[in-house]
Ligand binder design. Structure first.
Ligand code: ADP
Ligand code: MG
Length: 230
């Protein structure tokens, strides 16, 4: 009974996000449609044509960014709950982040000595780690270090994943707003990435703590219950 209620709560969070993302993607698509219509006017001068084309591309990039921040949550119907081997999941996530990191002169360090297994949806968990890593990389415009590691606390049967960057950091005000939908400080931000992170970790019965210092960097601490290895 209790379990059912918790499960229903989780689905509610996911479907609320789905509804708001659908809405957010629709806005840029509507504007793209309008500009394509304007572009078909043969009387349009070159300057206007270039301006409208570039707005169209920007709006499409925006729709793409929203979808990619949200990627795996967009298909809750194929969600499968299963044991997640942490070292594999983190390796996969850092592999996906590596080209983006290279582009920004960020070095990714995965420092993992132990094996640990948690329980949840692999794709959602990977999405959460990617969203954290993406923000970390974006916080280091002049390069830096992104470190992924975890420690296991056997007596309490928990694992704490630590994801640290050497980026611009956040002040207390920014830290407080982290995780609220559409909160962004970036020109082309969606403000959806952190919301997805929090909702995924919550759905895995985990906790997130974020510590940050302006000019020094940010560290995410994610605590999750361990799963007995099968
Ligand atoms: P977006 O990345 O599209 O702005 P997010 O929800 O992913 O949206 O992040 C919200 C905001 O939180 C960012 O705009 C940024 O200001 C702040 N933020 C998140 N992670 C970090 C980080 N590692 N370092 C500095 N600021 C961060
Ligand atoms: Mg982000």
């Amino acid at each position: 009974m209790q379990e059912d209620i918790i499960q229903a709560e989780k689905m509610k969070v996911v479907s609320e996000i789905a509804a708001s993302v659908a809405h957010e993607v629709r806005n840029p698509l509507t504007s793209v449609r309008g500009f394509i219509q304007l572009l078909s006017d043969p009387a349009l001068n070159d300057r206007k044509r270039r301006e409208f084309s570039s707005i169209t591309l920007e709006e499409l990039d925006r729709a793409e960014a929203i979808i990619s921040d949200y990627l795996s949550l967009a298909k809750p119907q194929i969600e499968r709950l299963e044991p997640i081997v942490l070292e594999d999941a983190l390796a996969k996530a850092s592999q996906i982040l590596s080209s983006y990191a290279n582009l920004q002169n960020v070095e990714i360090i995965t420092d993992i000595k132990l094996t640990a297994t948690v329980y949840g949806s692999k794709s959602k968990f990977r999405q959460a780690i990617i969203n954290i890593g993406k923000n970390a990389i974006e916080a280091m415009p002049r390069g830096g270090m992104l470190t992924l590691t975890y420690t296991v606390n056997m007596p309490n049967q928990i694992v704490t994943i630590t994801i640290a960057d050497t980026g611009i950091g956040m002040n207390d005000e920014q830290l407080k707003r982290l995780g609220s939908p559409y909160y962004t400080t970036k020109d082309k931000g969606t403000g959806l990435g952190t919301m997805v992170i929090f909702s995924v970790i919550r759905s895995m019965n985990g906790k997130i703590e974020v510590r940050s210092k302006e000019g020094e960097g940010t560290t995410y601490f994610i605590t999750l219950p361990l799963t007995q290895q099968a």
